[in-house]
Design a protein around this ligand. Structure first.
Ligand code: NZQ
Ligand code: ZN
Length: 386
């Protein structure tokens, strides 16, 4: 096991009807900017619950943060934060609204000229404007981590940012919110969280027995509840396990002391930036090719995953590892998620070269747990995913 430090300061308030507890969490004298997305919260009652809990607090609202939070839209919110002297941000939404809020938290205190530099130059945020979240879509884990991913349509870029200053002060997780989520987004949430675990697990054995079993138990839970969640989002038992699994998949715990990969996400973000494909679906496109291409380096963990998560008992290490990849593809398909780039766009020729060139230009010359996945290898993986 590798050395590690672990601190996660986010307070989680989990459970049925927990949105009303928001009133206890807002700091005194807060001047709040309430941030939300395309308006789903106004149809499903979450907005009304939030407003009721905020009572007489001073609140300004900013709606319209799109899926894959857009830099240009966020700059409008930044202007409001500055002119209105906002001192607390409240994100009510999924990963996109929460990530957008993290960007604003960082940008509000950033002293440089262009906030995009935080992303382009990978500037860590040590201190941000404080914010809390009311999660409406289990998927990203953004409600309990300090990372964010921001999109810029102008340049077709999608880049990550983060730092210890970007943990939410609190996150309210009421599993009942999933009842209004469209099936496509439920499937996305299940696939995204599942792949978050894979990124922190599918590397090489490192003697971290507990972390491996944390990871396996999250994947087993997602596999178990996925059909229930899709069939009946009002099934509270399934919803609550789904929601907590998504948070636990990316709140830092399972990555401590182990090597991590994250190449699937790095490549996937490019597919969203280039084609607008839903984040989770880009992962389902890239992960199978990535694991096949890196089979030799990853086969011990692939086989462990095959045995423990998919209960494969027959065959040697290679057989089990290979079958485990097939099981993963079948799982994505069972969620209704296609796993080839050509399922999403007819315009895929040249994509592999474009992504490889972008990685070269950014100096991303060695991704993955061995920092050895060079742009030419990325190109091959993307081609395999056509
Ligand atoms: O915009 P609204 O109207 O709210 O509708 C949203 C949106 O259309 C809708 N929705 C959310 N909650 C709902 C609901 N509809 C009905 N009922 C509800 N309760 O769902 C749609 C998708 O929302 P979005 O927030 O975009 O989804 P998700 O949570 O999957 O977030 C995706 C973004 O998070 C980033 C992704 O790259 C992407 O930009 N990620 C963030 C991570 C992080 N911060 O740690 C890690 C992830 O790997 C990921 O990269
Ligand atoms: Zn993800």
């Amino acid at each position: 096991m590798n050395n590690f430090e672990f601190k996660n300061p986010t307070k989680i308030i989990f459970g049925k009807d927990s949105i009303k507890k928001l009133e206890n969490e807002i700091p005194e004298n807060a001047k709040i900017l309430l941030l939300y997305g395309g308006g789903s919260i106004k149809k499903n009652g979450i907005y009304n619950q939030v407003k009721a809990a905020l009572g007489t607090a001073t609140v300004i609202e900013f709606g319209g943060i799109p899926a894959n939070p857009e830099y240009a839209v966020l700059l409008e919110a930044l202007e409001i934060i500055k002119t209105e002297n906002i001192n607390f941000l409240l994100a009510v939404g999924g990963g996109s609204v929460i990530d957008g809020t993290k960007f604003l938290s960082a940008a509000a205190l950033y002293e440089g000229l262009t906030p995009w530099d935080i992303l382009a130059d990978n500037i860590r945020t040590e201190k941000g404007l404080p914010f809390g979240t009311v999660l409406t879509l289990p998927a990203t884990g953004s409600e309990m981590n300090s990372g964010a991913v921001i999109t810029r349509a102008e340049t077709k870029e999608k880049l990550s940012m983060g730092g210890p200053g970007l943990f939410p002060e609190f996150s309210i997780l009421d599993p009942q919110v999933i009842t209004s989520i469209p099936e496509r987004q439920l499937a996305n949430g299940l696939a995204d969280a599942f792949t978050h675990v894979l990124e922190q697990y599918m590397t090489y054995p490192s003697g971290a027995l507990l972390q491996d079993r944390f990871a396996e138990s999250i994947m087993q839970t997602i596999i178990e509840v996925a059909p229930k969640v899709l069939k009946d989002p009002t099934d509270y038992q399934a919803a609550s396990n789904f929601m907590w699994s998504c948070t636990m998949a990316l709140n830092g715990l399972i990555q401590k002391g182990v090597p991590t990969d994250w190449a699937v996400h790095a490549i996937g973000h490019e597919l969203t930036a280039l084609f607008g494909i839903d984040h989770a679906r880009t992962l389902a496109v890239i992960a199978p090719s990535h694991y096949k291409y890196n089979f030799e380096a990853k086969k011990d963990k692939l086989a462990q995953y095959g045995e423990r998560v998919w209960n494969i008992t027959e065959g040697n290490t290679d057989d089990i590892a290979y079958l485990a990849i097939e099981k993963t593809v079948a799982f994505f398909h069972a969620l209704g998620i296609n796993t080839k780039l050509s399922d999403y766009t007819k315009d895929f020729e040249g994509t592999a070269e474009t992504i490889s060139q972008r990685f070269t230009d950014r100096g991303w010359l060695g991704l993955g747990e061995h920092q050895s996945l060079s742009p030419d290898k990325v190109e091959k993986i993307v081609k395999m995913a056509y």
